[in-house]
Design a protein around this ligand. Structure first.
Ligand code: C5P
Length: 270
C-alpha cells in the first residue's frame, strides 16, 4: 500500500485520510475512512486551486541533455526530470496550458501537457525560442549541458591504446537568453543547483540571467537535488528577499512554487 501511495503521489494524486478511531476489528487507531464531508471539502479545495492559472501558458524546460561524442556515446548529467515533472503537473492541475521541453529523464512529463522531446542543449534552445513568444511564464528546471563536443564523429570511436582528447564548446545559456529578451508581461524563473556558496551563487545567476526569481537548492546530498524525491529550496528575488523552504517532496515544492508565481502575477496586475 505504501509503495502504491508513493507511486500515485508521484503522479500528482492527492491524498486525504485515513481517519482514526474505533476500527472494524474493534481496535482503536488510524485506518477509518475519512468522513464524507471531509472528502467533499478536500475535493472542492482542489477544484478551487485548479482555476488560479487558467488562461496562462507555461513553458518548462526539464531533464538532462545528451551531447553526442559519437553515434553511441554521449556526455550527460544526473538530472531525473522529477522537479520539472512535478512543476508541470501542478501547473496543469491549476488550469494552465503547459508545454514541457524535456531532455532525457527518468520520469516522463504529465500526459496532459504538451511534450517536446529533445536530446541536446542546442535542440532545447531552438524549441524554447520557438515557443517563447506565446508563453506567459517560463521555468528553467532543466539541467542544461553547459558544453557540447565540438566535433562528434559519425562513426563509433575505437580504443587505440592511447588516451582520447575531446574538445568542448560552450552551449547557449537558454534561460539567460530568455531573460535577455523577456517582455514586461512575461515571468522568468530559473533554478540554481549548487554544492557550495548556495545563496551567493544563486543571487549572481538571478542577476546575470535577468530572472524574476531563482529557486536555489543543494545538490550532492542524498536527500536533495538530482534524482531524489525531496529537495530543500530557497526562493530568491531581485529585491533581496529570500524565502526558505525546508526539505520536502518535490511535488510539495512545486505547489509552493506555483502559489508564489500566482502571487507574483497578482502583484503585477495590481
Ligand atoms: O547551470 P546553471 O547553474 O547556470 O543553471 C541555472 C539556471 O539556468 C537553471 O534554471 C538552468 O535550467 C538554466 N540554464 C540554461 N541553459 C544553460 C545553463 C543553465 O537554461 N546552458
Amino acid at each position: 500500500v505504501q509503495q502504491n501511495i508513493h507511486i500515485l503521489s508521484d503522479r500528482g494524486a492527492h491524498f486525504i485520510g485515513p481517519g482514526s478511531g474505533v476500527l472494524a476489528c474493534k481496535t482503536v487507531g488510524e485506518g477509518r475512512m475519512i468522513e464524507p464531508q471531509e472528502v467533499v471539502d478536500a475535493a472542492l479545495s482542489l477544484l478551487n486551486k485548479q482555476s488560479d492559472l487558467a488562461g496562462k501558458k507555461i513553458l518548462i524546460t526539464s531533464g538532462a541533455n545528451h551531447e553526442p561524442i559519437d553515434p553511441v556515446r554521449f556526455i550527460g548529467n544526473r538530472s531525473s526530470g522529477k522537479m520539472g515533472r512535478a512543476i508541470a503537473q501542478e501547473a496543469v492541475l491549476r488550469g494552465a496550458e503547459v508545454t514541457v521541453i524535456t531532455g532525457p529523464a527518468d520520469v516522463p512529463p504529465p500526459a496532459s501537457s504538451n511534450v517536446i522531446e529533445i536530446q541536446t542543449a542546442q535542440e532545447m534552445y531552438d524549441a524554447v525560442m520557438q515557443h517563447l513568444p506565446e508563453a506567459d511564464i517560463i521555468i528553467g528546471a532543466a539541467a542544461v549541458s553547459d558544453y557540447r563536443v565540438e566535433n562528434p564523429t559519425g562513426h563509433k570511436q575505437k580504443r587505440n591504446g592511447s588516451g582520447l582528447h575531446l574538445d568542448l564548446t560552450e552551449n547557449p545559456d537558454i534561460i539567460a537568453a530568455v531573460g535577455a529578451q523577456k517582455r514586461s508581461d512575461q515571468l522568468v524563473i530559473g533554478f540554481a543547483a549548487e554544492t557550495n556558496d548556495l545563496i551567493a551563487n544563486a543571487q549572481a545567476k538571478l542577476k546575470k540571467k535577468n530572472l524574476d526569481m531563482i529557486v536555489a537548492n543543494t545538490v550532492g546530498t542524498p536527500d536533495s537535488g538530482f534524482g531524489s524525491e525531496t529537495t530543500d529550496a530557497r526562493f530568491i528575488f531581485s529585491n533581496g528577499t529570500i524565502d526558505e523552504h525546508p526539505l520536502m517532496k518535490k511535488t510539495q515544492l512545486a505547489e509552493r512554487l506555483m502559489t508564489q508565481i500566482v502571487e507574483l502575477l497578482n502583484a503585477r496586475a495590481n
